[in-house]
Structures are given as C-alpha cells and as structure tokens.
Design a protein around this ligand. Structure first.
Ligand code: MCN
Ligand code: MO
Length: 703
C-alpha cells in the first residue's frame, strides 16, 4: 500500500537536476518576442503614437478596453498594446519608440470612497459597486440589543501579491490548423476554453512545468489573450515572459478586504450576534478577474462565522471597483480573510473579557458535525471539540514557555471549504509493454499531486509504483479537465484517478478471463495477476495486457468524477512570538499546526503544504503588502515587497488527526491552502496578546 505513506515526489528528479521545462525554456523556430506597453496612469484616456509596429486594443479587441486598452486605461500597469521583435533586448528597446499621450481622469483606489460613485473608475460603468449581497440568519439586531457585551471595529486584510518563483509567461504558435499555446498556468483546459472563445479558432493548450502560482495563474490574463491573438494574426511563434516588476504590477493581486463589525456576547464570552460589512477591493473591471474574485468576496462573507456556532448574523458583502490592478484568487481565496476576521474577533473578546484564548473558543465552537452554518455552508465531518482538547497540552506548554521566556502565544482556529467541483477527469491506460499511464485533467504546479495520483493508481491496481507514469497539463491527451485550485486536486482529481483505475481493473479482469477462457465471475484480481479460482491458473500483469491487445480489448478508460459537495478541513494553529518592546520587531519562535484533513494520502506532501502555507500566512502578518502612492504600487520587487526567505521561516511542527473523512472516494480533504488560511491571525493574535489590545491592520512592521 502506498496511500498514507511518505512516498518521495516523482516530480523532483527532473526538477532538481535542472531538467524541468518551463515556458521560457521553450524555443521554436523563427520565434519572436513580445513586450507590452503599460499604462503609467491609474485612469486616463490614452493616445498612442509609435514609430514601430504597435498592436493595441483597436487591433486585438476593437472598441473594448479589456483585455487590451483601446481608449481608456483603468490601472497603472494595464497593457495598452504590444510590440514584436527579435529578442527580449530588441523588444524592450522598441518600447521606447512608443509614445503614449495621457489625458488624465479622476481616479480612486479606496473602495470606501469609490462606493460613493463620485468618481467613476471606468466611464462605461453605471456604478463602481460591482457586487452587493446580503447574508442574514436569525434576528441579529434584536440579539445585539440584548447582548450585555458588544465590541465593534474595523479589520483590514491588506492587498497582497502572490509572487510565485516563476512569473507568468506564454508561447503561442499557429500551425495553420490550430493555435498551440504553452503557458505558465494552473489549468491548460480552462485556458483552452477561454482562448477558443476569444480567438474563435481551435486551441491546443499545454501547461509545461510551472514554478508555482498560488492562485495568480487561474484566470486568463490579458497578455495571454493578446499573445495568442497576435500569433494567429502574424503567423509566427511568439513568446512573452515578463520581468519581475512587470509581473508584480500586472498579475492579479490578492485579498484587499475589510470588515466593519459589531459582535455581541454573553458575559462569559458566548457570541450571540454578529453584524458586519465586508468590502472587497476588486480593482479594475476586468471580467475574467471579476468572475474569480467576486466568488472570493462571497466566500469571505459566508465563512466569517468560522468554526463557531453563531446563529444570529447579518453580513453585507460588497465588491467595489477601483483604479488598481484587478484582484484574483490568492492562496485561500476568501477563506483567509474570513478566518482573519473571526479569529481577530475571538482574540479581541478574549482580551476584553479576560477569558483564556482556548477557553473562549471551546465555549463557541461547533459541537457536532455535519453542521450547517447560519449562511448555509456545510461542515461535513470532524470533531471540533476533540481537536481543541488535543491541542491543550501543546497550548499549556507554549503558555509555560511564554512566561519563562517573555514571549506571547497566539491561537487561531479555522474551518474552510475545499474540493470544489464541478467535476474532474482522469484517464488511465496500459501500454502493450505493461506500463500504466495515468492522466489527470487537473493542473498541479508544485503541490506534488502527481505523486499522490501514482500512489492511488498503484494501490488500486496493486502494482509497484514504478510501473505507473503520471501526466497532466495537455489538452491533447485527455478530453477535458478543470484545474488545480481550491485545494481540490488530490480529493477530486484523486477520486477520478481512483475511479478510472477501478474501471481499468475491471477491464483487466475481463481480458484475463477471456484469455483463461472462463467467465469473468470465475476470476479474481490480485497483485496485478488475474487468477482462475477453479483451476488455480494465473496470468501475470504482462500476460493479461498482451492478451488484451491480441484479443482487441482496449485498456484505456476515462472517468469523469462529478462533485456533489465540497469538504471542510479544520484545525487549530498556535505560535510563540517575541515582541521587542523598543523596536516593535516581532519574531515567530515556534509554530505548531494541528489539522484534520481526513485521510492523508501522503503525509510528507501534506506537511510540506502546511510549511509553505504557514510561511505565506506569517509573511502576510509581518512583512508583505503593497504600498500605494498616488494610485500606484511602489514596492514592485521582491526586496521592497518583502518576500520571506528561509531566514524568516519559523520552526514548525505538524500534528494531524482524522476525526472524520470526506464523502469523496479518497476520504481526503484539501490541505493546499490551510496554512495560509489560518497562520496570519495566529501571528496577529500573538502580537495583540503581547500588547493587551487587538491590532486590526497588517502587516505589523517595526515602523
Ligand atoms: N495531500 C495529501 N493528503 C490530503 C490532502 C493533500 O497527501 N488529505 C497532498 C496532495 O497529495 C498534494 C498536496 O497535499 O500533494 C496538496 O493537495 P490539495 O490539498 O488537494 O491541494 P491542490 O493540489 O489542489 O493544490 C492547490 C493549492 C492552492 S489552491 C494553492 S493557492 C497553492 C497550494 O496548493 N499553491 C501552491 N500549494 C502550492 N504549493 C506550491 N508548491 N506551489 C503553489 O503555487
Ligand atoms: Mo489557490
């Protein structure tokens, strides 16, 4: 059995030997390069004069300002058009031959002001409010009035930049039949669907090796539309790879949400009512980004209730357009914001009422599952009280060390939603030499799901894992697919692999029985062998396979696994933090994650996800965040933006329990985002405990 074991990543041998193939490694004959002229103003009418061939919005999307601007730009960094040249050097020189005349228009980057519609962030909008929805349960106003304790305030979750190791990038080539694209993306299939409808031409999309994405490579970006279009128009292969600064100014930003709240409790800290308004800063009105981010604003609003039994609640969700780069999913996609809001509130209550942090959570936590929260989200399984109990000895130990060493303890609990639908595909086939090939319609890009798929297929087919090869990220090798996001891949994609492997096993049994000349009911499959129960005669795997080929029985199956409902991982994390009273510098001394993600397919991969996610969460609390000056982001490189390194990574420990599984065949729940969902409030709560008051803005920088 491989499931549940720390099998080493099958992905890594190539990558660590420098044999990965990323977009920028792809070179095609006669390939030319593309560079984009980008807006330098947050809101303006533009006129372009160019001494070199220039392809603007009027060429690519006549009459429209998205994906490429025709007339009116709505954020700094927005692509106004492209130039095409011999190499990266020539195209960047060519950019200097393009002159842009701006006629400035009033701009607004603050969603609270943009909501008033005094300034239209884009002239074709009727209102800057792009999304407005209310969630209500019980009678929150009455409950609030009757609450002996009421706290109120405003929490801000700052604008972030995903910043994966590899930037975006695309190569596009029209081969006279279809447009072939290689893109640093989270889904070849999603990209193919979008490009096909934009170009009205058949598209073959490939996701080569991808150096991370963290949500920023889900949507189809303006540059991907433009480069594909130009390759078709010019009939030559084209490549675009941005500089790091370009990437940071024009790839989707994340988070940027606030909550103003009123929360009522009993005297012993049981929440009786929650009333609030979530405002999400959508940035500019680019439809592809809106389709992604509006869902995140709603998810924040519905998940504000957290793992707590809150029955009287009203949350108004607002998504507001501004003159900033559009926001899109960033690791956790709405759940980190919701978790930050409710966990900050919990900690504030603990400080206000003088009730221990763990104790106040115990008093509010959901008592049994399945549980439907007041806004209709189902927490499918698990035992929330039990996980708090399990955390107690660790918490006591942290508290003792805090006193001894002059440190502070922060706590954060979370529940989230993973394993989104609508479906995922998997294809499994056997070559005539007996090698099994597994193909997924999802698009892992660093997580290691390929290894998990191999584990699953090897277990179902009862074969050594070395016999299984895993492929993904190519629309030509499997009919369709969804992608990798929302911590769905091992659960949804893995369940598809499980089903396809079972279907293949049935085929193998069928073929084996034909070769043995007995009824299929007479044979059993074990360890890759097909055995006739009556005579005891057995065929080994290779004999079954070659027999199947000779008899004309295809060993090639595809499963489409439909998702009936997502699943809810949950857990409790804690940190020991030091705060220098003179400089204000906070440091994370120790970090403990306790999670229940149902069945764990590969504990090494799962723990790795917690490490990465936690570091990103810690970094949101202490380092990262865009700095704005006059409508533009000014910290657009990894040094000024403060991307954490190994030095900033705290010592971490991971404990996991399985108090409940998901309803999917794998029984797993996602873990790809959990660390980033909860780590931020853990750190902010530790700092707040040090200070004796709740800090409501991030990052906590010494200044
Ligand atoms: N896993 C497991 N058992 C479980 C859950 C997960 O063994 N019960 C393992 C899986 O086998 C897989 C990994 O943990 O190797 C993550 O699986 P899963 O939780 O299904 O999440 P996804 O594969 O769908 O990954 C998406 C998630 C998201 S949404 C973001 S954002 C993110 C993240 O993954 N971006 C990442 N982690 C990232 N890690 C890397 N290296 N790069 C990114 O861009
Ligand atoms: Mo994601």
């Amino acid at each position: 059995m491989y499931i549940g074991k720390p099998v080493k990543r099958i992905e890594d041998l190539n990558l660590i030997r420098g044999r990965g193939q990323y977009v920028d490694d792809i070179v095609l004959p006669n390939m030319k390069y593309v560079a984009f002229v980008r807006s330098e103003r947050p809101h303006a009418l533009v006129k372009v004069r160019s001494d070199v061939p220039f392809y603007g919005g009027e060429v690519i999307n006549p009459g429209l300002d998205f994906p490429i601007v025709s007339k009116e730009t709505t954020y700094v960094g927005q692509p106004l058009g492209a130039v095409v040249g011999r190499d990266q050097y020539e195209v960047h020189d060519m950019l200097e031959e393009v002159e842009v005349e701006y006629q400035d228009l009033p701009y607004e980057v603050d969603p609270r002001k943009a909501m008033k519609d005094e300034v239209k962030v884009y002239s074709k909008l009727d209102t800057n409010v792009g999304l407005r929805k209310e969630f209500v349960a019980g009678d929150p106003e009455k409950a609030l009035k009757e609450s002996p304790v009421v706290i109120e305030g405003e929490l801000r979750n700052q604008r972030m930049i995903a910043t994966p190791m590899e930037t975006r990038g695309i190569v596009a080539w029209f081969d006279s039949r279809r447009v072939n694209v290689w893109s640093s993306t989270q889904s070849a299939h999603f990209l193919r669907r979008n490009l096909t409808s934009f170009l009205k031409t058949d598209v073959h999309a490939v996701q080569p090796d991808v150096g991370g994405a963290f949500g920023s490579k889900i949507i189809t970006h303006p540059e991907e539309y433009a480069v594909s279009f130009l390759s078709l128009k010019l009939g030559i292969p084209l490549k675009w790879v941005p500089t790091r600064t370009e990437e940071m100014m024009s790839s989707g930003h994340g988070r940027d949400k606030s909550l103003s709240y009123k929360v009522g409790t009993t005297r012993d800290g049981v929440i009786t009512a929650l009333v609030g308004t979530v405002i999400g800063n959508l940035g500019a009105p680019y439809q592809d980004a809106y389709d992604d981010e509006s869902g995140n604003v709603l998810s924040t609003s519905r998940m504000i209730l957290g793992p707590y039994n809150i029955r009287n609640a009203r949350v108004e969700a607002l998504g507001v357009y501004t003159n900033l780069v559009p926001t899109t999913s960033y690791r956790g996609a709405g759940r980190p914001e919701g978790t930050f809001f409710i966990e900050s509130i919990m900690n504030e209550l603990s400080l206000e009422l003088g009730i221990d942090q763990l104790e106040i959570r115990k008093r509010n936590v959901v008592k049994s599952t399945p549980y439907q929260n007041a806004f209709g989200i189902t927490y499918d399984s698990g035992d929330y009280t039990e996980i708090l109990r399990k955390s107690e000895p660790y918490y006591e130990d942290f508290k003792r060390r805090a006193i001894e060493e002059g440190l502070c303890v922060g706590l954060g609990m979370y529940v989230e939603i993973t394993g989104f639908g609508p479906w995922e595909t998997a294809r499994v086939y056997v070559k005539s030499d007996g090698k099994v090939v597994v193909i997924s319609g999802a698009g892992p890009h660093g997580q290691g799901d390929g290894t998990a798929f191999a584990q699953i297929a090897a277990d179902v087919l009862e074969l050594p894992i070395e016999e299984v090869e895993v492929q993904w990220g190519d629309t030509a090798i499997i009919e369709d697919g969804i992608g990798t996001w929302g911590s769905r891949t091992v659960t949804v994609g893995g369940s598809a692999v499980m089903q396809a492997s079972q279907m293949l096993k049935d085929k193998l049994k069928q073929a084996g029985s034909k070769v043995l000349n007995v009824d299929v009911e007479e044979v059993e499959y074990e360890g890759g062998k097909v055995k006739d129960r009556g005579s005891g005669k057995a065929l080994d795997f290779r004999e079954v396979v070659s027999g199947a080929y000779k008899l004309g029985i295809p060993l090639d199956v595809t499963a489409v696994y439909p998702v009936t409902r997502p699943t809810s991982p949950y857990g409790i994390h804690m940190a020991l933090v030091s705060l220098d009273r003179e400089t204000g510098t906070a440091k994370v001394r120790d970090y403990l994650a306790i999670d229940d993600v149902g069945n764990v397919i590969n504990p090494m991969l799962a723990e790795g996800q917690i490490h990465g996610g936690v570091l990103q969460g810690v970094s949101q609390a202490l380092y990262e965040g865009v700095v704005l000056e006059e409508g533009r982001v000014v910290n657009l490189n990894v040094v000024d933006y403060l991307i954490p390194t190994a030095v900033e990574s705290p010592r971490m420990k991971w404990e996991h329990f399985t108090f409940g599984v998901s309803s999917h065949p794998t029984g797993s729940k996602g873990i790809g985002e959990a660390g980033a969902v909860v780590a931020t409030p853990v750190i902010m709560n530790a700092i707040s405990q040090c200070l004796g008051r709740q800090v409501k803005e991030m990052p906590w920088r010494p200044a």
